[in-house]
Ligand binder design. Structure first.
Ligand code: PXG
Length: 283
């Protein structure tokens, strides 16, 4: 495996960063997760745009520009001869002295890992996921905006632990207003009376790139898509529910907090959108 590290492709063993890197010391950095389908990075422009926006939001200057980043990603995919896989793109603040001051750090580290990912066992893509609501609230957008894909994922990890403790591989997170936000690593959609609904980015969620792609696919298929406030009640009484994410792709949810969703099986609109997503990514 070849890892891109600051302009060079190095072996896994040589891909190291300093213990004084503020990415490690404070979770100070940003990242992206990108799918590779048939040797090509899916929606790469959107991921690169979001990475640079996340970096800008935390006042992190990425040492290379967007075009150089695109080239570096494609070279890493080619060097690893990957046809289907996953890119983990990380930019850290770089190493510095102890203390939070970003002015005392230097050399942000640009890391590109091209590997495989399997978030959920394959059979769950047929059967659907059972999830619970976590008591951990999604970060308040005025504390740490969930639109920043930062290296500090403890908010999501704490909710994920609640899920796995309860025997579920995902957990639903509410926002500070008690509204539905998203899951720990995926965005959420419901279907009610043939209408597709998902929380708007104002709910304090990651502006997911798979979410955007699924909204486009649904509209192309003639569905009405609404970005609205959702409560947990809306999920309890919906007909269908599914999650989206670069790692998760599209996966049905069949149960929330022990309550079956719809008839307790992946719904027809979910299955249709999943098929359209597979066609889009594998064509
Ligand atoms: N919400 C959150 C909180 C996420 O972290 C999504 C939604 C889906 O967004 P995209 O743009 O991927 O459709 C994410 C996705 C990883 C990894 O290790 C990344 C995510 C989730 C799980 C693992 O690279 N982010």
């Amino acid at each position: 495996m070849k890892i891109y590290l600051n302009g060079q492709l190095v072996s896994k063993e040589d891909a190291t960063v300093s213990v004084f890197d503020h990415g490690l010391l404070y979770g100070d950095g940003v990242f992206e997760g990108i799918r590779i389908y048939s040797g090509k990075c899916f929606l790469l422009d959107e991921h690169i745009e979001r990475l640079y926006e996340s970096a800008r939001a935390i006042r992190l200057e990425i040492p290379i520009d967007e075009q150089e980043m695109e080239k570096a990603i494609n070279e890493t995919v080619a060097a690893n001869e990957l046809t289907d896989g996953y890119i983990r793109l990380v930019v850290t603040r770089g190493s510095g002295s102890l203390g939070l001051d970003i002015r005392r750090t230097s050399d942000p580290q640009v890391i590109i890992i091209a590997d495989k990912i399997s978030l959920y066992p394959p059979e769950l893509y047929e059967q659907g996921l059972k999830i619970i609501t976590a008591s951990t609230l999604r970060n308040h957008p005025q504390a740490l905006s969930p639109r920043i894909k930062s290296l500090n994922y403890l908010n999501n990890i704490l909710a994920k632990i609640e899920g796995t403790d309860a025997g579920c591989l995902e957990a639903l997170m509410m926002n500070h207003k008690g509204e539905v936000a998203e899951c720990t690593g995926d965005n959420i959609f419901i279907v009610k009376n043939g209408v597709l609904r998902t929380p708007s980015t104002d709910a304090g969620i990651l502006d997911g790139i798979t979410r955007r792609a699924v909204i486009r696919l649904a509209r192309e298929a003639g569905l009405t898509v609404e970005e609205v406030t959702l409560t947990r009640h809306d999920i309890y009484v919906c007909d269908e529910c599914f999650l989206t994410g670069s790692a998760a792709e599209v996966i049905a949810v069949i149960e929330l907090d022990g309550r079956p969703i719809g008839d307790g099986k992946p719904g027809e609109i979910t299955k249709d959108l999943k098929e359209r997503f597979v066609k889009l990514t594998r064509s």
